[in-house]
Every structure is written in C-alpha cells, then in structure tokens.
Design a protein around this ligand. Structure first.
Ligand SMILES: [Fe+2]
Length: 379
C-alpha cells in the first residue's frame, strides 16, 4: 500500500514528536516490515488494569531454584520456551567429572558471572564474564569452573545459530570476525589412561540423558579445520551502531540469529544528541515478535525498578515502551551505561511454573505514572 499520512504526525519518525502526543510504532516483521506511527494523546502503556494472561512480565532470576551442576537437565531452569528456542538459566557451583553433548539443539551461553576453561571436541579456551559462547548441536564439552559463583544464561536453539547480515553497514560492522575466538587443541589434563578408569559423556536428546562410557578421554582431538566449531565473542568486542540524529530500532544491535529468533546486545553508547531526537525506546506493540531482555550490568535507565539478573518479557500484542521516569532521565544523560541481552522470538513463548514463581507480579503497573509530559514537552 502506498504510504499514507493523516492528521498530526512527525515527518521523521522518532524526531520532533508533535507537542502533546505520544508516538507509537505499529509494525510487522520486527522492525523490518510495513510500519505506521500513531500519535496518541495518552501513552499506550497508561492502562489501569489488565485482565487475562497477556501482560508484561518481569522475573527475578535470583529467585529461581539454585543449581549445583551445569548440565543435569533438572538443574537448567527453563523460564520461557517455544518450538524454536528455550531460555534457560543455570548457576553451577562445581565442575562435574563427565562431559556433555546436546543433541536437542545449538546452545548460546551468555556468561553473566563466572570464569574458567571450556573443554570441547575442538580443544580448550578460557571463558569469562561477558562472553557469548556458541556451541553447535552435537559438540562434546564441559565447563571447568574456576570458582563457585557462576551464572549462565542459555538459549537452546532448535536450528543453527549464525551471525546476522550486515547489509549496507559492511562486513566489519557490529563486530569484526577476527575478534571471534575458537578452541585450541590441547591434551586434556586427565588424558592419561589409568587402569579401570572410564570417561562418561552424557548426551541430551528430547530432554533425556543417555550416558556413553569410554576407556579413554574422548576429547582427544589433535587438530581440526573447517567452519563448524565452538565460537566465543565477548560483549566488549561488539561496536554498537548508532545515529546522533535518530533513535535506531533494536534490530541494529543484532548479534546472532537462528530460525525463529534474533539475539541483540544493548551496550554502552552515546545517546542521540540532536535536539528533538528521541533518546529512549519508542512505544511499540511489535506484533510479530515476543521480546525478552536479560539485564546483565549497568544502569537500565529505560526500565524503572529493574536490577541486574532480572528478565523482562513483553509478549506480542500488548504495548511496551519507556517508563515515564526514563523519559525525563534521558534528558539528563549523554550516554547509556547498560549491558543487556535481548531475544526476540517469532513464535509466542510459554512461561514455565519456575519462572512464574520468580515473577515480580506488579511489573505491569510500573508504567502507571503516565501523567508526565510527553518527551517533546519535557524539553
Ligand atoms: Fe520492544
């Protein structure tokens, strides 16, 4: 359909919003498809109550069941899931003696807390806080933990996890492929065979574990070549894309993607500097994606009451956008100071009972201070 524009509107989205209005982006296909901007007299998040299951959620992952080991299925607490991906949290305290292999899907680990060595079929590599680690389906591995304080966020993907297209930004945008690290073949410290010793590999398929035993250490690779391996990317090596003149959509912060979802990283960056340009996420109902954000570190200025380790979940069909305090706070700031991981999913996500038990039940009320002036008036 040909572009239409009627009534009060801004010629450039997210800039110079008409006085007394609240701009909402109503779009398809995430931020890639047809879109209209609606200029409301009231914030779309100014609800007084919500009846029924569809409401914004926030979960405190510190209230989830504490896990002792890393790969025992009951210890990986699934919070949200659909046919394409499961969002899990695990807080292992000790290294286990066996190796793990996931036949159910690729895994993207985000190391919220912890460090140590990752042992894999491809060799070893160190890991630390802020790492994304992609482990292809079928890889044999284990995390050797340096300490007892560890907190990993896991996205278990049914399909292959790949890098996003850079398009007109060029291939070195977001992050250069050279900063991606891969394991180096080394002889594991427990390689020596001793009489009677056996090595165990636990294989997960359909969320059930099968143990395979060897009279030798199966991580015995002397070398490898190819383009299928374990990858590591730390958030400090990601270079956010921004414009000083207009607030860009979250999709420009894409880090990885797979069938049915995209993972984005929100990192410290300068705020938009031109007068009239919005500095906080615009109101939207993002009808084709469910949105989940894990808050890693920093000051989450666009979300009131959110602390490190919390997860917000904004399902398709209901609005979200900045909290009223965040709009005013944005005018006092010149840059963001947050590290957060977002996953947007095409298929609606289901919430597990474990996640509901850790829910901040009043999160949906956190937008209710809606009588503040609109961003345009706040100048
Ligand atoms: Fe969103």
């Amino acid at each position: 359909m040909y572009l239409q524009a009627k009534g009060k509107f801004s010629k450039q989205a997210h800039v110079d919003i008409p006085t007394g209005t609240y701009e909402e982006e109503f779009g398809r296909d995430g931020f890639f498809g047809p879109v209209s901007h609606l200029y409301h007299q009231n914030p779309p998040t100014g609800w007084t109550r919500i009846e029924g299951p569809l409401r914004p959620h926030a979960f405190n992952t510190h209230q989830l069941p504490q896990s002792a080991l890393l790969h025992a299925v009951p210890d990986r607490v699934t919070m949200l899931y659909n046919e394409d991906v499961a969002v899990q949290v695990v807080r292992p305290k000790q290294t286990h003696p066996w190796y793990f292999r996931n036949a159910d899907g690729d895994e993207v680990y985000f190391i919220h807390e912890g460090e140590g060595t990752l042992e894999t079929d491809f060799g070893e590599m160190p890991f630390e806080t802020g790492d994304y680690i992609i482990i292809p389906r079928g890889t044999t591995y284990r995390f050797v933990l340096a300490g007892s304080q560890n907190f990993f966020l896991i996205f278990e993907s049914h399909s292959r996890v790949v890098e996003p297209e850079r398009g007109i930004l060029g291939q070195h945008a977001l992050y250069d492929q050279t900063v991606i690290e891969t394991p180096v073949p080394t002889t594991p410290s427990n390689q020596e065979n001793t009489t009677g010793h056996e090595w165990e590999v636990k294989v997960k398929r359909l969320n059930e574990l099968t143990s395979v035993f060897y009279p030798f250490n199966p991580l015995d690779t002397l070398g490898w070549k190819g383009d299928l391996t374990v990858l590591k990317l730390n958030v400090r090596d990601i270079r956010p894309v921004m414009s000083h003149r207009v607030h860009l959509p979250p999709s420009v912060h894409a880090t990885f993607k797979a069938h049915g979802f995209i993972i984005c990283s929100f990192l410290p960056r300068p705020l938009e500097s031109e007068t009239g340009a919005m500095r906080v996420p615009f109101y939207h109902r993002n009808i084709d994606y469910d949105e989940v954000i894990f808050y890693h570190s920093g000051d989450f200025f666009s979300r009131d009451g959110i602390q490190s380790g919390m997860v917000t979940f904004h399902p398709q069909g209901i609005h979200h956008g900045p909290h009223p305090k965040a709009i005013e706070a944005s005018w006092q700031k010149t840059q963001t100071d947050e590290v957060a991981v977002m996953i947007d999913t095409v298929r609606p996500l289901q919430i597990t009972q474990e996640a509901l038990a850790a829910e901040w039940a009043d999160y949906w009320k956190s937008w209710q201070d809606t009588k503040l002036k609109s961003e345009a008036n706040a100048e």
